[in-house]
Design a protein around this ligand. Structure first.
Ligand code: NAP
Length: 277
């Protein structure tokens, strides 16, 4: 049996835990593959993908800042990648390239499966309207919460996101709204921070009044970058959750796309968490 090659491409990429996660998935499922990381120069994404395919690469994950460039390289996009207009997973099948986006299903699987929180019929506040928010909105709609309010500093980006998802929301009976953070009123069952605010020292982009007592408050970041949000959520009576579970679950879905096998994500999440300080 040959060893198939995969990698994650990004800039920066040094910090990525994807090689560890996929190596562990491969071990646990008996799949023969190698998964590396490639630092891709800005402006060099298409060339890096061409080179990796020429070396025999079977697929790659795509991270910041290339997720929006990635769909243009695909000969076929999954509906969820089309809706997100961003792709974090490419699969190479001869001349064909499948572009997918597994971020949203990763978040949904983490909230439902690992945190044990049902999303159906609930009120959700999604902070942010960048690439991560675009990736998660469609899969969140598909699990039929009552409503999703998107709060973003740049209102026009939130409005554009809800316009693009209006038909899907109508199909699933989900109410969508776009507001600025200062306009947040009322309290929510689930609050998701998909902004990069803490990276720029911007603090928590949501008022604490948005948290119902016992609400689930998820940050898509993990590690030290998520600590401020996790502490804030706990101080205000919510149940905090960082983005490590989403990271492992989106990887599990990519592994399924590539290998046709769903790895034991919950086990790998527990192992990964145990390796962190
Ligand atoms: P992005 O496309 O650059 O979008 C950034 C978002 O953050 C925008 O909504 C932006 O608002 C907002 N923002 C930035 N600084 C802010 C501030 N000071 N105050 C308020 N809002 C601010 O980034 P992204 O790709 O969406 O990533 C967002 C986060 O999700 C990143 O930290 C990333 O690490 C994380 N993520 C995690 C996973 C996982 O598997 N756990 C997967 C994907 C992403 P404007 O529109 O107003 O600029």
């Amino acid at each position: 049996m040959t060893t198939d090659l995969y990698c994650v491409m990004g800039n920066p990429v040094e910090h990525s835990k994807s090689p560890w996660i996929h190596a562990r998935f491969a071990q646990l499922t008996g799949q023969k593959l190698q998964y590396g990381k490639r630092l891709v120069p800005l402006g060099g994404f298409a060339q890096a993908v061409r080179e990796f395919r020429a070396e025999g690469g079977k697929g790659c994950n795509v991270t910041v800042p290339f997720k929006f460039e990635s769909p243009a390289l695909a000969t076929q996009l999954t509906p969820r990648a089309q809706l997100a207009q961003a792709s974090n997973t490419l699969r190479f099948d001869g001349d064909a390239v499948l572009g997918d986006n597994t971020d949203g299903v990763g978040l949904v699987n983490d909230i439902r499966g690992n945190a044990g929180v049902d999303l159906a019929g609930r009120d959700l506040l999604l902070a942010g309207a960048g690439g991560a928010a675009a990736g998660v909105l469609g899969p969140l709609i598909e699990v039929r919460p009552r409503r999703i309010v998107i709060a973003n500093r740049t209102l026009s980006r939130a409005v554009e996101l809800i316009e693009r998802h209006a038909a899907l929301a109508q199909q699933h009976g989900v109410e969508l709204a776009a507001i600025e953070p200062a306009q947040v009123r009322g309290a929510f069952d689930i609050v998701i921070n998909a902004t990069a605010s803490s990276l720029s020292g911007g603090g928590i982009p949501i008022p604490a009044t948005a948290l119902k007592p016992g609400a689930l408050a998820c940050d898509l970041m993990y590690g030290p970058a998520a600590q401020g949000f996790v502490d804030w959520a706990r101080e205000h009576g919510a149940t905090p959750r960082d983005g490590l579970g989403m990271l492992v679950e989106q990887a599990a879905e990519a592994f399924l796309v590539w290998r046709g096998v769903h790895p034991p994500a919950a086990q790998v999440l527990a192992e990964l968490r145990a390796t962190l300080p």
